[in-house]
Design a binder for this molecule. Sequence first.
Ligand code: BQF
Length: 284
Amino acid sequence: MAQLISGKEVSAQVKERVRAQAEELKAKGIEIGLAVVIVGDNPASRVYVNSKKKACEAVGFNSYEYALPEETTEQELLDLVQVLNNDPKVNGILVQLPLPKQINEEAIINAISAEKDVDAFHPMNVGKIMIGSYAFLPCTPAGAMELIDSTGVDVSGKNCVVIGRSNIVGKPMAMLLLHRSGTVTICHSRTQNLKEICRNADILVAAVGRANFVTADMVKPGAVVIDVGINRMEDGKLCGDVDFAAVEPIAGYITPVPGGVGPMTIAMLMQNTLTAAKQQNGLG
Ligand code: BQF
């Protein structure tokens, strides 16, 4: 029987810390602002953007939404990013991904000022993650790491297996675990002996994007299992990458979906926005 890791509880703690610090800054006359840009009307993106605006309100940040039509050109979005880069009320800029196909995501990410890049997707911040001297951690891996820390399990020397090699989750997650002196293996769709490698993991992070991909035979008894998957089923329910019912009796600790890594992603975005505001005000 695994112990459940509650992303709801840990994210509430993170947001409370951020809220208290934002209040202190406000007493010094410093307000914190996050610009949230959404292009088109992807329903999942709309849900995520609404959650981010709600979180801003809860921690006492100003949020500025820019909702652009589906047919927005790359130049129009680049122009908006430039305006936001130069707006002193905006401490953080979040462009909700994915973008419509006529817009090159890389061009947009590159245009965001690295100091306001609270998603940590800009090459400057990605490079800093490699070196280990970072201002912003990418929100999802940072949230997953907070959940690992909440178990009290020390990463140092442990076998850590990350399934998935995306730039947004898999690769930076592996780096964070490596910086904590984990012995890190990254698995992906071409990996041979996936089951055996996963079975060796003391800490297993699933970021595959396939519902119920991680089965009981892939999990070491007592392991910490972190499920980053957000798969929407036909009935509208959210489902993780881990077969929770089968894995829960074997794992030592496990995150649920929903209510695991997802809420942490939002909380870490708030933390990054606070960090950005502090640095832009010479406090960081
Ligand atoms: C929960 C995201 C894929 C592509 C782009 C809480 C979120 C999700 C789940 C959320 C995600 C996923 C976000 C839960 C933000 C995480 O209770 O389990 C919150 O809002 N997320 C995003 O902004 O862009 C994505 C996943």
